[in-house]
Design a protein around this ligand. Structure first.
Ligand code: ASP
Ligand code: MG
Length: 407
């Protein structure tokens, strides 16, 4: 059972979480719980790190930001004891949850589940601090990247051979799109791992991308459900599972969107071999992920135009790297825009149906929405449009693919 920041935001909510755990214990289950820090805590710790001085250090950053989860793990153990259960808190290094040394975005390498399993024999509940691990060689605390408690939970579930991993959050499951944008969004009963991976990567914020990857690899059955349901009688939420376990498959399962995009255009780039490498090589060296790429077809001229997108966080850095390599690349003009949004439709049904994206292009055109860039892959397509049209475009596609709730 994993509980996110809003589910453990204060003592009353922590007691409420304990009631959810009680239900499972009373039903005879063996339970390991993973907790996030209280809502807002990690942001505060991150801000403190920045404000302390200019000697930023990744290892100390991790030592500091990992502390939020220590508090909630201890408090939940206390609340469970108060209900008469045996419970203890676990910090990442105590289990241990071993990771690489990529501080701030470490990857789990190995989790030893034995101590926890031993505790289950004594009916002891393990309350584990999410988001953190330890690097074996340096013995330093690491963190798994923002939202990393999801990954802690899935990793732990795999390590102890759990029957299931329930991710409790402040919504009651995965929706066809963000209900704040489309009131007719529907909760999905089941989503395949692959679709969930795309949705999470393309902007849906329910689960950390890595947690879905890990669940897919280790075949962990994941439920996304709400901690605000009645602890005695909660709803099951959304099951993330293998594609084969989903009988009635829609062509499109969900619409995701991300406003965190920057578009960069280079004009009059020399049209000769090696130019793409000259542009994208330095960006890759700077760890900047490039997403959509459009190159205008070259005709008889000797130059071409090139447009691509990066995440909003990398936008300024990417522009300055390109400006610095202007000589090597040879372009006449560099321009950029951040008032763009990437809207994606996801569904495994696209593998076997043609014309799925074409219908969207027509529908968007009918609403007067101009498409700046397009990408497609096996189970999704994305369009880049002006941010001002976000709501209209998402609603249009949601209706077009029959995702609106009935009634
Ligand atoms: N507390 C961490 C964060 O806010 C990890 C998590 O909540 O999953 O990113
Ligand atoms: Mg989260």
């Amino acid at each position: 059972m994993k509980f996110g920041g809003t589910s453990v935001a204060d003592l009353e909510r922590i007691r409420n979480v304990a009631r959810h755990v009680k239900r499972e214990m009373d039903a005879g289950q063996e339970v390991a719980v993973v907790v996030s820090a209280m809502a807002g805590k990690t942001n505060e710790l991150v801000a403190w790190c920045r404000e302390t001085g200019s000697h930023f250090d990744n290892e100390e950053y991790d030592a500091i930001v990992a502390s939020g989860e220590l508090v909630t793990a201890g408090l939940l153990a206390l609340a469970l004891r108060d209900m008469g259960f045996q419970a203890r808190s676990w910090q990442g290094w105590q289990i241990p949850i071993l990771t690489d040394d990529a501080h701030g975005a470490a990857r789990i390498q190995k989790i030893d589940g034995r101590a926890l399993i031993e505790g289950f024999g004594r009916r002891e509940i393990a309350v584990v601090a999410g988001f953190q691990g330890v690097h074996a060689r340096t013995n330093r605390v690491t963190t798994l990247g923002r939202g990393g408690s999801d990954t802690s939970a899935v990793g732990l579930a795999a390590a102890i051979g759990a029957d299931r991993c329930d991710i409790y959050t402040d919504v009651d499951g995965v929706y066809t799109t963000d209900p704040r944008v489309v009131p007719k969004a529907r909760r999905l009963d089941k989503v395949s791992f692959e679709e969930m991976l795309e949705m999470a990567s393309l902007g849906a914020k329910v689960l950390q991308v890595r947690s879905v990857e890990m669940a897919m690899v280790h075949k962990v059955r994941l439920y996304v459900r709400s901690s605000f349901d009645d602890p005695a009688n909660p709803k099951l939420g959304t099951l993330i599972c293998d594609e084969e376990d989903i009988m009635e498959q829609q062509i499109v399962t969900g619409i995701a969107f991300s406003r965190d995009e920057g578009q960069i255009t280079l004009r009059d780039v020399a049209d000769k071999p090696g130019v793409a490498a000259a542009i994208f090589g330095p960006l890759a060296d700077a760890n900047i992920n490039v997403d959509m790429i459009i190159q205008v077809v070259s005709d008889d001229t000797t130059t071409t135009d090139l447009t691509f997108t990066v995440s909003g966080a990398d936008f300024e850095r990417a522009k300055s790297i390109l400006a610095n390599s202007r000589e090597a690349i040879g372009f006449t003009k560099l321009s950029g825009a951040q008032d763009v949004v990437k809207i994606s439709a996801i569904g495994v049904g696209m593998r076997s149906h043609s014309g799925v994206a074409a219908r969207a292009f027509r529908a968007l055109a009918d609403k007067g929405i101009n498409i700046r860039a397009i990408t497609t892959s096996e189970i999704k397509f994305s369009v880049l449009i002006d941010e001002a049209y976000t709501e209209l475009a998402v609603r249009t596609l949601h209706t077009l693919y029959g995702l609106d709730a009935r009634g």
